[in-house]
Design a protein. Structure first.
Length: 289
């Protein structure tokens, strides 16, 4: 069964570009992003980052390729700014250098939501009788991220092999629940699912080139990317994994009602400082000025 949100028809790229023409009279700068389901909280973020710029509407173009293509068509137009997720593009040497195209400094916008104070405010919003100091003591965000990183480490390297060599296979679009059970406040790896994924990758590698092995490709990936500390984890690990897993952990730890991840992200964003986006803000201001 699909949700109410999923039943709403999406607007195609041409519609969004036509919308931009209409909103020229209202927007000082038109911002273009990838995904329609991120529109609302991305809009709030951009309004907060650029309080002196009139922004009445932003424009999701249904995918990174569409954003990059439209960026190519608007080189030199400083009234249009194009923002895309970092994803693994820096690791896989896929960064596009268009002057009007700006990459997030972390994997996705969800990665920029990971701020302890914002998460504490969310918890208080759900359980107003809890004391802030008690939540702060009980909620070890750094420790939780380290735990999540340890659990995800192998899966992320497998995803990188797939993105680098096996373009026909799914990777980060796979939900983390496929590979992990969550019981008693912690995540347990489903070894059988990880092993099946490895077999799938090895079979695809063999189809591409009989000399390729998963072990050799994993070793290459591990030489290129290091995610062995929290800072690198927050930068490189897909934000949808991190946010969903942190959400599960705090719901278990504090007995919160389970919310859908979109609502969770939107409410977290409302209390974020977004200092991690200062570099993006400065780069965009330098470009448009």
């Amino acid at each position: 069964m699909i949700t109410t949100e999923e039943s709403i028809p999406t607007r195609n790229t041409n519609y969004r570009l036509a919308e931009d023409i209409f909103y020229v009279q209202f927007n000082e700068i038109s911002f273009f992003i990838e995904d329609e389901d991120q529109e609302n909280f991305f809009f709030c973020i951009l309004k907060n980052l650029f309080p002196d710029i009139q922004i009445d509407k932003i424009f999701p173009l249904n995918g990174k390729d569409n954003v990059i293509n439209e960026s190519n068509e608007n080189i030199g137009n400083k009234k249009k700014v194009f923002i895309v997720d970092k994803d693994f593009d820096d690791i896989l040497n896929k960064i596009n250098s268009n002057e009007n195209l700006f990459y997030l400094e972390r994997y996705s916008i969800e990665n920029h939501l990971i701020e302890k104070e914002a998460i504490i405010e969310y918890i208080i919003g759900e359980k107003p009788k809890l004391k802030r100091a008690d939540i702060d003591n009980d909620f070890d965000l750094e420790g939780q991220i380290q735990n999540i990183n340890n659990k995800l480490n192998e899966l992320i390297h497998l995803h990188l092999v797939v993105q680098n060599k096996c373009s026909s296979l799914k990777n980060v679009s796979l939900n983390h629940e496929r590979f992990f059970d969550f019981n008693n406040g912690d995540f347990t790896i489903k070894s059988s699912q990880i092993d099946a994924y490895k077999v799938q990758i090895q079979n695809e590698l063999s189809n591409i080139d009989g000399r390729l092995t998963l072990t050799s490709q994993l070793n290459k990936v591990k030489r290129v990317i290091n995610i062995n500390n929290n800072e690198l984890c927050i930068k490189h690990v897909p934000g949808k994994y991190l946010v969903k897993m942190i959400k599960q952990l705090i719901e278990s730890l504090f007995g919160l009602v389970s919310r859908n991840v979109e609502s969770f992200c939107y409410r977290i964003a409302d209390n974020c400082s977004f200092t991690s986006l200062n570099g993006l803000k400065l780069s965009i201001e330098e470009y448009i000025n």
